[in-house]
Write a protein that binds this ligand. Structure first.
Ligand code: NAD
Ligand code: DAU
Length: 355
């Protein structure tokens, strides 16, 4: 049995779906169901005994202690977080509460549980913390990609809160010996991505005839990884990573935002041409830049490849095509997420078990 936190969000839900597709080992999924958590993502698991959904906070120490005592997981994978940089700029409080205080409380509950494990269960236990490349700050055009030894220079309230959580995880290993693993990944994209983030927002706005807001000059660079490749990296680190180690995860796919937007527009021109025969890129609108906007992220993923033999399966071309196709085929998912009606829909249609 493993425990996943934040498994109703974008990456967590992809992880849980892939896990159940590949393993008979059960998953407890602890998720607070914030605006970003969506049980509709997990509807294909309804009635599946291997998935146990629990609505709750990682910072609820009593709940977490009860779940650990009851289910005795061999590993915990911590996806739960506030994840959107723009929201962290408008309102940092939730980021401090979940990403820092929540992770701290989770670590405390896990430490108590791990202390009580006997025999081989104790050294083989793992706490895998899912983090981000944003903790390393921003790169200039010619600097080498982030390696695991780069210093932490977080620039947004979001990245600062993730950096703090990474430091706590590290300290729990160093001080208490808790067998932790940390992954720092680049920008993900793929199915179930909430349409407040660049790629899904562009797809959804384009189809709705709305403008495509590009921040600043649009030349900021991100390093893109298809979400299923991030999930396979996490499974690999969980299986073979060394306790206390950090692994950077990325797809060697540096792209400027404006090029991403043009790629999405071109795919939509091909797969769902506008009725007026104009090009989707005509909807692009340059808007005021994000405050403190990081210019460039790039991940050096050579350690995970060298030590654990992990490599992404998708290129950007294959991954982005799959992603655009997924959004075209799942427009009711988008409508539900946007309207908030998915919560009612899930109440009526989802019959998953609650602990
Ligand atoms: P998301 O915002 O889509 O999902 C977060 C999930 O966590 C939601 O289901 C939400 O309900 C849940 N949650 C929030 N607060 C909680 C709490 N207090 N207790 C329990 N559950 C809570 O985020 P995502 O994009 O799937 O990111 C998942 C993790 O991966 C985060 O830790 C993020 O920092 C990290 N990450 C994301 C990316 C990316 O590109 N999206 C890249 C690298 C790392
Ligand atoms: O690098 C990993 C990080 O990637 C994760 O840790 C975060 O959780 C995740 O949200 C993501 O952060 P970004 O800020 O890079 O992602 P976002 O999709 O918000 O923006 C990507 C780039 O696109 C960024 O340079 C800002 C720009 N952008 C974004 C939006 C939403 C626009 O130009 N227009 C937009 O409307």
């Amino acid at each position: 049995m493993i425990l996943v936190t934040g498994g109703a969000g974008f990456i967590g839900a992809n992880f849980v779906l892939d896990w159940v597709a590949q393993s008979d080992e059960a998953v407890i999924n602890l998720d607070a169901l914030t605006y970003a958590g969506n049980r509709e993502n997990l509807v294909s698991l309804a009635g599946d005994e291997r998935h146990l959904f629990v609505q709750g906070e990682i910072g609820d120490s009593a709940l977490v202690a009860r779940l650990l005592a009851q289910h005795q997981p061999r590993a915990i994978i911590n996806f739960a977080a506030e994840s959107h940089v723009d929201r962290s700029i408008h309102g940092p409080e939730d980021f401090i509460q979940t990403n820092i205080v929540g992770t701290f409380r989770l670590l405390e509950a896990v430490r108590a549980y791990w202390n009580g494990l006997q025999g081989e269960d104790k050294p083989s236990f793992r706490f895998l913390h899912v983090s981000t490349d944003e903790v390393y700050g921003s790169l200039s055009k010619d600097e080498p990609a982030f390696s695991e030894t780069n210093r932490y220079e977080p620039n947004s309230p979001y990245s600062a809160s993730k950096a703090a959580s990474d430091h706590l995880v590290r300290a729990y290993h160093h001080t208490y010996g808790l067998p932790v693993l940390t992954t720092n990944c680049s920008n993900n994209y793929g199915p179930y991505h909430f349409p407040e983030k660049l790629i899904p927002l562009m797809i959804v706005n384009a189809l709705a005839g709305k403008s495509l807001p590009v921040y600043g000059d649009g030349r900021q660079i991100r390093d893109w990884l298809y979400v299923k490749d991030h999930c396979s990296a996490i499974r690999r680190v969980l299986e073979a990573g060394n306790a206390g180690e950090v692994y950077n995860v990325g797809g060697w796919n540096e792209k400027a935002n404006i090029d991403i937007v043009h790629t999405v527009c071109a795919l939509l021109d091909e797969l769902r041409p506008r009725e007026d025969a104009k090009k989707y890129c005509e909807q692009i609108a340059y808007v005021t830049d994000r405050p403190g906007h990081d210019r460039r992220y790039a991940i050096d993923a050579s350690k995970i490849e060298r030590e654990l033999g992990w490599k992404p399966a998708e290129t950007f071309d294959t991954g982005i095509r799959k992603t655009v196709q997924w959004y075209l085929e799942n427009q009711s998912w988008v409508a539900n997420v946007q309207s908030g009606a998915y919560r009612e829909w899930v109440e009526k249609n989802y019959t998953g078990r609650v602990a």
